[in-house]
Design a protein around this ligand. Sequence first.
Ligand SMILES: [Cu+2]
Length: 623
Amino acid sequence: MILDDSFVWAWFVLAGLSVLYVAWDCFVRRNPEATVMKWGWILITVYMGPVALALYVLTDKEPRPGEHEEFIKPLWKQGMGSTVHCIAGDATGIITAAAIVAALGLPMTLDLAIEYAAGFAFGLFIFQALFMKNMAGGTYWKALRSSFIPEWLSMNMMAAGMFFVMTQLMMGRDMRAMDPREPQFWFVMSMGVIVGFATAYPVNVWLVAQGLKHGLMTVRPDSGQASHVRPRSSHHAGHEMRALVTRPQLTVVTIITVLALITGVLIPANLVNLSLSAEDVGGVIMPPGMVMANDTPGEAMREMGAVDPDLIGYRAPLSVRGDRLLRPRIIESASGESEGGAVSAESIKVFRLESSVVEWTILSGQRVVAYAFNRQVPGPRISVIEGDRIRLEVTNKLPESTSIHWHGLILPNEMDGAARITQPPIEPGETFTYEFVASQPGTFFYHTHDEPDRQQALGLYGALLVEPRDGPAYDVDKELVIQLQEWLEREGYTYPAMLMEGGLPNFFTLNGKSYPDTPSFRMKVGEELLVRFIGTHNNFIHPMHIHGGPFEVVETDGYPVPRGARLTKDTVNVAPGERYDVIWQARRPGKWLLHCHIPHHMTNDGFEEEGGGGLMMILDVRE
Ligand SMILES: [Cu+2]
C-alpha cells in the first residue's frame, strides 16, 4: 500500500537528499537567482522531494557559467518559476494550518476551509507581497494589489488538486494520515503538493504570458542587477510588469479556476465523509475494499479498522497453543447461616482472565494481531463440575472496553455480561468480577459481549465445559474440543472479519491454528471419540465433516439428545453460537480428515498446501 511505513520513510530520505542538493546549488554554488526564488525552490523541494529536484535542474539550474539568462527564457520554464513561487507560499500556509487544525480535532470540511484561507494568506501576504515588493512597484500595498488576482487564481488551481489528494488519501483508507504525529500525514501532504503543483502550472504559464506574474529571473551577485525575462512583452519598464490581458479574458480564467476548486472539493465530498475529524477516526486503517460512503460514521470505521500493531504486548510463536486448561484458585468462603443456624463453608473456584493485544501465529510464517484472553487464542479452557460456584476476575488490558458473556448458562441477569445492558463495560485497566453457580452440565463457551462484531472476531472467546456431577456422561476413550474462527489479515494488518464488502475473511482457524499447522489427533482402531464442536466464530455456518464413517449427535447446545432422537450423520452444520457434541468411532487405521465442507474454508489466503488449509485437521488412527 502506498502509505506503508517503508515507502513513506524512503520518500522522506529521498526528499532530504534532494533538499541538500538544491540548497547547496542555490547558496554554495550560487545559482544566479533571486534570494526569494532560492528559498522558494528549497521549500518546494522539502514538499516535493525528487520531483522538485528534477524541475529545478531542468528549468532554473544554470547549465554552464553565463548561460542562465538564455536558459530560463522559454515560457514553460517561466511558468515553472511562477508556480514554484506560488506553491512555496501556499503549501507552507496549507500544511501549517493542516497540522494545527488536525491537532485541534476539527472536522475535515472545516480543515479544508481554514487551510485554503491560510494558504492564500501566506502566499499572498508573505511570499508575494512582502518578498516581491521591489519587483512590483516598490511598496507593500502596491505589491499586494497587483498580486492579489494572480495569486488567487493560482491558489484555486493548487487547492483543487491538493485537496482532492488529501481527502482521498486521508479519509479514503489509512486514517493515520489525518494525524500530524504520524509520518503518513506528512507524506500525504507531499503528494498533495505535487498534484497541486501540476494543476496550478497551466494557469501560471498563462499568467506569466499575460504579464500578470513573474517567472524566473537572473540575478548576478557581482553586478547586483536583475535582468528579468518577460516573454511576449517587448516593453521593459524597469521592474514594472505590464498586463496584456483584457477584462473578459481574466473573467473567464477566474471562473475556470473557481469551478476547478469546487470540483476538487465536491468529488471527495461525495466519496468520503468530510465531517469526520482526526479524533473521530483516531489513526484507523481500513481493510482494502471496504465500502465507505460520505455518511460512514467514524465509530463504524474504528470498529472495522485494523488492530494497531504497536499495541502488541506479547508475541506467541507457532508452538504456543490456545485452549489450555485454566487452573482455578480454590477459596473457602462462609456462605452465611444455614437453616439450622450453623455456618457452613462453601468453596469457590476463582479463575483469572485478562484480555490483551497479542501477536498470534496461526500458521508457519503467518501471524495475526489478536485480542486474546490470557495471551492465547482460543482463550483458556474453563472446566468445572456441575454445581460449582465459580468466580471469574476479568481484567481488561485492551485499548477499548470489553465484557464477557457466559453463553448458554442460567445465571443472575447482572452476571450475564451484556455490556451496556446488564453491566457497564469493563474499561481499559479495570477489573470486573463475575460470580455464579454452574448449574447445567454440558458444552458451553464464553465470549466478549462488548462490540462482539469486532472483539470476538479478533479472538475473544474460549471453551467453558461443565462436567456432570456424577462423572462423564459418555463412555468414550478420547475427547476433542473444536473451536472455529474466521480471520482477515492483509499486509501485516489484522481486521475483524465481517460478512460484508471488504470484511470477508481470508484465513480460518480450528483451535487457533490453520492446517497444516493444526495438530494431528492420535487414536487407535476401535476407540470412540467425543468431538465437541463449538461455534465460536462470527460469520458463517461451517458444515463440519469427518471422513471414515459417520458420527452420532449426542448433545446440542449443552443438552443431551434423547437416545431415540439421536441422528447419525457425517456432516453437521455449526452456526455461530451453536454446539454439537458427536461421538465418532475410529473404524479403520489411516489419516482421516476432520474439516469444514466449504472448500474455500480449507484454504489459507486462497492457497492450499499439503492438501488443504484452514479448517482442517487429521485424525491419525493406528492399529
Ligand atoms: Cu466453513
